[in-house]
Design a protein around this ligand. Structure first.
Ligand SMILES: Nc1ncnc2c1ncn2[C@@H]1O[C@H](COP(=O)(O)OP(=O)(O)OP(=O)(O)O)[C@@H](O)[C@H]1O
Ligand SMILES: [Mg+2]
Length: 354
């Protein structure tokens, strides 16, 4: 969609197209980022498809005054200049973060290159939020332990109180250990390259192992836990990662159910897709929350999660584990009736990990 602009009347005296303009035009045409060639009057002579698509140019003019300013600075500068700029785009005036560079090209043109950095900026924000969340989550039990220690040293003459505080302290330190354990697990699944750890595994064994690891918790909560997975369903994957994902789903199913409830783990193969489903008859998840629960640290009811010792990391571990295996997690839930989480994994999509 690049174009060589027709000359304005007041430029008629200048040669029509010079070698510099041709080269600039060719460069702009092949670059992936948004590239624009401007003349002294800030008329756009050439714009790469990226620049047009990005919405930087209209009627051969730069839409954003901040980019015009940068181009003007380039005229007075011998080298390239660059700047991080926030632009407003479209009808909704969405914020877009760009890194723009401008440099004189010959002495009659300015080349402007604009990189969209919105994604990396968002990632950076997520990372910052994550660190803030982690600090907050760690601070709570650490604060509690310190208060309890203080209380214990002030109650040495009352063995019963000491006993009570010591139990609370143990609970808090267990909570701390769980958070740290989950953080390690999450960073493992997030950074994992499946090719390094993948082997042929059997999903029936994965489920059996995940159920085994959850039996004690089920008993504690008086939940009947059963699985219908038999035979063998093989795929290429990371055994520990998938087992921990299924275990996370089973643990949720147990702790978000009332005593006397049931949790079922199922496995079926539909076409080339394996479906591991964990179903409970528990409290359910409101529709409005169903998207968000996969976010790190997100909990529907923080006070209840505190009771259950939850951190809000379990489902993000599950989501990443499924994505690492080119799969997905589906959720069906009805408030007060129960939930089914299904991990869907392609059986033949992992060939290149061999
Ligand atoms: N089976 C379920 N039934 C009802 N609510 C659920 C279920 N599974 C998850 N949730 C909701 O989703 C939230 C997020 O779950 P997630 O497993 O990520 O965190 P968590 O269980 O609170 O903590 P943890 O990191 O220890 O697993 C939970 O706090 C809970 O509100
Ligand atoms: Mg959980």
């Amino acid at each position: 969609m690049g174009f060589l602009a027709s000359r304005r009347a007041d430029q008629a005296a200048e040669p029509a197209v010079d070698a510099f303009e041709v080269v600039a035009a060719q460069v702009v045409d092949v670059i992936a980022t948004a590239g624009i060639v401007l003349d002294k009057y800030n008329t756009v002579l050439r714009a790469s498809p990226g620049a047009i698509q990005f919405g930087l140019v209209q009627n051969r003019r730069l839409i954003h005054s901040s980019l015009v300013q940068l181009a003007e600075q380039a005229w007075n500068n011998s080298g390239a200049i660059s700047k991080d700029i926030e632009l407003e785009m479209g009808l909704r005036r969405d914020s877009v973060f760009v890194h723009a560079r401008a440099a004189k090209f010959g002495d009659r043109y300015v080349m402007l290159l604009v990189d969209d950095r919105t994604e990396s900026r968002k990632l950076e924000e997520t990372r910052r939020d994550f660190v803030a969340n982690v600090s907050h989550e760690l601070k709570t039990p650490i604060g509690a332990i310190s208060l309890l220690a203080e209380a214990i040293s002030g109650a040495t003459d009352d063995p019963q109180t000491v006993q009570k505080f010591a139990e609370s302290m143990q609970k808090e330190s267990q909570r701390l250990a769980t958070i740290v354990q989950e953080l390690i697990e999450l960073s493992r699944v997030q950074g994992a390259k499946l090719a390094d750890t993948a082997e042929e595994i059997d999903l029936v064994t994965v489920i059996a192992d995940a159920v085994d690891r959850s039996v004690v918790l089920a008993e504690q909560h008086q939940i009947r836990l059963a699985s219908n997975a038999t035979g063998s369903v093989k795929l290429f994957g990371d055994y520990e990662m998938l087992t921990s994902a299924v275990r996370n789903l089973i643990e949720n199913a147990i702790v978000y159910s009332e005593p006397g409830g049931q949790v079922g783990v199922g496995l079926k193969v539909i076409g080339q897709v394996a479906e591991l489903a964990v179903t409970d008859s528990g409290i359910g998840i409101p529709e409005s929350e169903q998207q968000r629960i996969f976010e790190r640290f997100y909990r529907v009811d923080p006070s209840r999660s505190r009771e259950t010792g939850g951190t809000g990391l379990g489902l993000s571990i599950v989501k990443h584990a499924a994505h690492n295996h080119r799969g997905e997690v589906k959720l069906f839930s009805k408030l007060g009736v129960g939930s089914t989480f299904t991990i869907r994994l392609p059986l033949n999509g992992n060939e290149e990990n061999r």
